[in-house]
Write a protein that binds this ligand. Structure first.
Ligand SMILES: Cc1cc2nc3c(=O)[nH]c(=O)nc-3n(C[C@H](O)[C@H](O)[C@H](O)COP(=O)(O)OP(=O)(O)OC[C@H]3O[C@@H](n4cnc5c(N)ncnc54)[C@H](O)[C@@H]3O)c2cc1C
Ligand code: FES
Length: 264
């Protein structure tokens, strides 16, 4: 745990961006300083309470030089329900930054494709890529509907990079899955493409398959259930490609080369 910390973090801001999408801004300088795109934190939401006892994993959405760290999340259950009720001044307990980050090489072109809250680690990645003038990232975002998409997309659009949009119900952008936009985006052979993706498992499987067929390099960020986040409980195990043992998403990932995973 040399570059990882357990820190008490003060809530600076708690925003609701859509009915069930929120953003939390925390002050935790140690973790924010070390964090790299694709890494995550384990958050103990109510440190003084017994329930929920188990920390919850969240990707790092962005950090600032002033030691702030943001999380973009969907309210899906007990822990995230409590998070949505946090107020400025409340304290939470964080462990991080954890896991592997996205491998960043500015030579290829980058396509970042996210579904729902899978956009969170990709925003951090996009801001890092933009530090390099040659990176030219392209972003594709999918959401259930316009309301969810509008909670996610504006920050990417404000970066001034191309952003393709899709919604399941057709209320904005392409009517259908965001993966439908991927094939047309990976054009031009003069510079190779590197695809980075995060989102629901079936979406990642479809992205991995397309990239394999088109011989494009692809990294995915996987979101399995996690109890410890540090390789101790084995709760996040996934079969390796070739059924050659198991990967532990918290320790070997969450960012993995798509070819490492046995996709089911
Ligand atoms: C590395 C990693 C990064 C993540 N980053 C984000 C993020 O940036 N934003 C975000 O909104 N969510 C993210 N998640 C998912 C997030 O951890 C869960 O949504 C959260 O733990 C749910 O807590 P809860 O107490 O509200 O839900 P619970 O009450 O524990 O469960 C509610 C429902 O959510 C399901 N669920 C719980 N955890 C997961 C999970 N890990 N994957 C899929 N379904 C789950 C349960 O099966 C149940 O149906 C990430 C998960 C991982 C592993
Ligand atoms: S979450 Fe415990 S080993 Fe990965």
């Amino acid at each position: 745990m040399a570059d990882q910390y357990q820190s008490k973090a003060k809530v600076l801001k708690s925003e609701r961006l859509a009915t069930d999408v929120c953003r939390l801004t925390l002050l935790c300088p140690d973790i924010a300083k070390k964090a790299r795109p694709g890494q995550f934190v384990m958050l103990r939401i109510a440190p003084a309470a017994l329930d929920p006892l188990i920390r919850r994993p969240f990707s790092i959405y962005q950090t600032t030089a002033g030691g702030q760290l943001q999380i973009l999340y969907k309210v899906v259950g007990k822990g995230t329900g409590i998070m949505a009720g946090l107020h400025p001044g409340d304290m939470v307990d964080l462990v991080g930054p954890l896991g592997t980050g996205f491998p960043i090489d500015v030579r290829p072109r980058h396509c970042l494709i996210g579904g729902g809250m899978g956009a969170a680690p990709l925003f951090f990645l996009a801001t890092w890529l933009l530090r390099h003038p040659d990176a030219e990232p392209v972003v594709l975002l999918g959401a259930r509907n316009r309301e969810e998409l509008r909670a996610i997309a504006p920050e990417f659009e404000n970066l001034g990079i191309p952003v393709g949009l899709a919604t399941d119900d057709g209320s904005e952008g392409h009517h259908g899955y965001v993966v439908d936009l991927l094939a047309d985006s990976l054009t031009g052979e003069e510079r190779p493409w590197h695809v980075f993706s995060c989102g629901p498992y079936p979406m990642l499987r479809a992205v991995a398959k397309l990239c394999h067929l088109r011989s494009r390099r692809c990294h995915v960020s996987l979101e399995t259930m996690m109890a410890c986040g540090i390789g101790a409980c084995l709760g996040c195990a996934l079969p390796r490609a070739g059924l050659n043992g198991y990967l532990h998403v918290c320790r070997d990932g969450p960012v993995l080369e798509a070819g490492q995973v046995a996709w089911f």
